[in-house]
Ligand binder design. Structure first.
Ligand code: F6P
Length: 305
């Protein structure tokens, strides 16, 4: 997120546009927690996790009063356009603002990679690299003790973190919200098969959306007699210094948003499609449904043995 803020701020100011930082998302837009940014406000932030502007969920912004108040604040300060970084909720807020007369640009920023209109969301690469490093460490103990480790990764309703991390750590089973699973068929049978070909320790990756790692772990221990342990990675996945991929895509998206504004184009979502940065209409973006990469999932299961 900081890399987006930096790119937007610098490319705007260098083109004669003033930039205001809004603290804590739409809450700050309603309360007027806003300050002017300059080229140096965004120094030394590209390597930092989190966001220098802070963030918050804003139930008030879902009400018409909240939106009217935000529009008043924008008009008082002279804000013509809001650049929102976030997920679907942030985009819906941006669309409401644009319908109320304040132009918007949206940039997909969430570790979940769950935004249908974009192949990539800023934060995903950092999150999966963190998850991979953590699970590599968990594996050391699973390997030394001939155990099974059942690890929960984030990704509310989207299995992309589980799928990509699962491939990277060679998980014996990967359970995601998009694919209905059966403990016997999708976990136990896979463990038995890999055991027959010499495997002695197992990593099972579970998306947090399934909310049941304890049961899965108990099931494995009971049926297979293999000592099994659970680990919930949790918010470590949402922090830390961003990867190169995240810094580069975030920088590109931030610059691209400002380039569109300079051409008089507004109310777009900046997305990655087939490795290119392009833009689509907000309404079209919000109507799209995220498709799970079933092909990659099948391939992952084939080789994770
Ligand atoms: O949407 C990003 C995400 O990290 C999800 O993966 C997770 O379910 C959620 O946020 C956690 O939200 P909170 O920090 O508010 O509990």
């Amino acid at each position: 997120m900081n890399a987006v803020i930096r790119a937007v701020t610098r490319s705007s100011i260098l083109n004669g546009i003033r930039v205001m930082g809004v603290r804590r998302g739409y809450n700050g837009l309603i309360s007027g927690d806003i300050f002017e940014m300059n080229l140096r406000t965004v120094s030394d932030i590209i390597h930092r996790g989190g966001t220098i502007l802070y963030t918050a969920r804003s139930p008030e912004f879902k009400t018409s009063d909240g939106i009217s108040r935000a529009v008043e604040v924008c008009n008082d300060i002279g804000i013509d356009c809001v650049i929102a970084i976030g997920g679907d909720g942030s985009f819906r807020g941006a669309r409401a603002l644009s319908e109320a007369g304040i132009a918007c640009m949206c940039i997909p920023g969430t570790i979940d990679n769950d935004i249908a209109c974009s192949d990539y969301t800023v934060g995903f690469d950092t999150a999966i690299n963190t998850a991979m490093e953590m699970i590599d460490k968990v594996r050391d103990t699973a390997q030394s003790h001939d155990r099974c480790s059942v690890v929960e990764v984030m990704g509310r309703r989207c299995g992309d973190i589980a799928l990509h991390t699962g491939i990277a750590v060679g998980a014996t089973a990967i359970l995601v919200p998009e694919v209905k699973y059966d403990l016997e068929r999708d976990v136990i049978e896979r463990i038995k098969f890999t055991q027959r070909i010499g495997k002695k320790h197992f990593i099972i990756i579970v998306s947090e959306g399934l909310k049941n790692i304890a049961k899965i772990s108990e099931g494995i221990q009971k049926i297979m007699g293999i000592e099994s342990r659970t680990t919930i990675l949790g918010h470590v996945q949402r922090g830390g210094s961003p990867t190169v991929r995240d810094r580069v895509i975030a920088s590109e998206m931030g610059c691209y948003a400002v380039e569109l504004l300079l051409k008089g184009i507004e109310n777009r979502v900046i997305v990655v499609k087939k490795s290119e940065i392009v833009d689509i209409d907000i309404n079209e973006a919000l109507d799209m449904k995220k498709k799970f990469n079933r092909e990659l999932y099948e391939r992952a299961l084939k080789i994770s043995i």
